[in-house]
Design a protein around this ligand. Structure first.
Ligand SMILES: NC(=O)c1ccc[n+]([C@@H]2O[C@H](COP(=O)([O-])OP(=O)(O)OC[C@H]3O[C@@H](n4cnc5c(N)ncnc54)[C@H](O)[C@@H]3O)[C@@H](O)[C@H]2O)c1
Ligand SMILES: [Zn+2]
Length: 359
């Protein structure tokens, strides 16, 4: 078992990483449940694979369980689905002392977290993340949200779980594309804070990677912990987690969130911005090439698709991460060393123009 604690001024909670932890989850959640009612929110894919075993195990510890099963995918992160969740919580007579569990990928985690934050002005919840993105990123740090048709994550709050239980065994059933998707965020952590992790990813073969997955997840959680503890509300250091995301979000948006998964778009964004910052002399030579090789290794794209500059510029502008006229771009000095570069929106063009980007 591996573990760490997130320590913030108003809350503190453990992250436990353990193979097959879901087989003993009933006992594990006992310290966090004041009463006997538990609602689990999951999606149909995760339910089909693990739902029955999870419910049985939790019931064995004496809980009364209700399961809310949603359609998989981003469309479930909506106000409409949120309202259905509230109604089910009411029908099950959930009180402020009962416990909600998010059992799924980032979609389920974000939606359930926001439901927990807002239902009866806040009820306790636990994260059991099942996708790689959720295990290394979305289940930690307290960001919860739903989407509006105008954009992703536009309604949300900072609300932390009471505990996070990560079972790396669950990753075996992930579709390869979703695994690669999560690997983009793992590579990102290496890029911004951990050259050793990056080198490890370069050297491990597929089999070794799987057997080291718990340590890799721990390294990612540790990096996120340090960043979140320093800047819980995303005002300074936490922006480093957006490495590759400014261009990534633009690519996702231009293709209407259909052609590229989030991780694929971030992969493209990381390589593009590093190629540019290398040309401008901010970044050690050879860094973009190393990123590109690692992206290829994990079946991730690296080339910015053929988007005209005007559309790219347009997609970049109304980014939530921008304040006033400036865009906070995350750049690398070298692998493992990142910094925030303030680019005036007018000067953003030098990061967009494609001539000279190595392919
Ligand atoms: N809150 C945050 O800080 C934060 C950070 C990063 C991403 N996010 C959010 O996370 C979401 C993306 O997360 P995601 O990629 O996990 O999406 P997801 O929840 O849609 O999961 C991806 C797919 O994998 C399936 N799946 C999940 N676990 C599985 C398993 N163990 N075996 C088989 N299939 C499994 C799901 O059913 C789904 O089809 C986005 O909405 C994004 O905005 C939030
Ligand atoms: Zn991301």
């Amino acid at each position: 078992m591996l573990s760490l604690n997130i320590d913030l001024p108003d809350t503190s909670y453990p992250i436990i990483i353990e193979k097959d932890i879901i087989k003993k989850i009933g006992k594990k959640i006992l310290p966090y449940a004041q009463r006997k009612k538990i609602v689990i929110v999951t999606d149909k894919n995760v339910d089909a694979l693990y739902g029955d075993a999870l419910i049985q195990n939790i019931e064995k510890s004496g809980f009364q369980v209700h399961l809310i099963r949603l359609y998989p995918g981003e469309n479930s992160k909506s106000l409409g689905v949120l309202e259905c969740v509230y109604k089910e919580l009411l029908n099950f007579d959930m009180t402020k002392s009962d416990l909600l569990i998010a059992f799924g990928g980032g979609v389920i985690g974000d939606l359930t977290g926001f439901a927990a934050a807002t239902f009866l002005r806040g009820i306790p919840f636990i994260q059991i993340p099942t996708s790689l993105i959720a295990q290394v990123d979305s289940s930690i740090g307290g960001k919860t949200a739903v989407n509006l048709k105008e954009g992703k994550n536009l309604v949300g709050s900072f609300y932390h779980p009471r505990a996070v239980f990560i079972d790396p065994q669950l990753l075996h059933s992930l579709k390869p594309r979703f695994f690669s998707d999560g690997m983009a965020e793992v590579i990102k952590y290496g890029c911004i804070k951990d050259s050793e992790l990056f080198s490890k990813l370069e050297t491990l073969n597929q089999k070794q990677l799987i057997s080291h997955m718990d340590e890799i997840i721990l390294r990612c959680c540790e990096i996120k912990k340090r960043i979140v503890e320093e800047d819980e509300k995303d005002e300074s250091t936490r922006m480093l987690l957006n490495f590759g995301h400014t261009f990534g979000h633009a690519v996702e948006k231009i293709y209407h969130y259909k052609k590229y998964t989030h991780g694929e778009a971030v992969a493209v964004g990381m390589y593009h911005i590093t190629g540019k910052s290398e040309e401008m002399g901010y970044t050690q030579k050879g860094t973009a090439e190393r990123i590109k090789n690692l992206l290829i290794k994990f079946n991730l794209p690296f080339n910015l698709p053929d988007i005209d500059e005007a559309s790219l510029s347009e997609a970049l502008s109304p980014d939530k991460k921008s304040r006033g006229n400036d865009i906070h771009l995350v750049l690398l000095k070298a692998i493992g060393e990142s910094f925030i570069h303030l680019a005036d929106k007018k000067n953003l063009k030098e990061f967009i123009i494609k001539e000279g980007v190595k392919v």
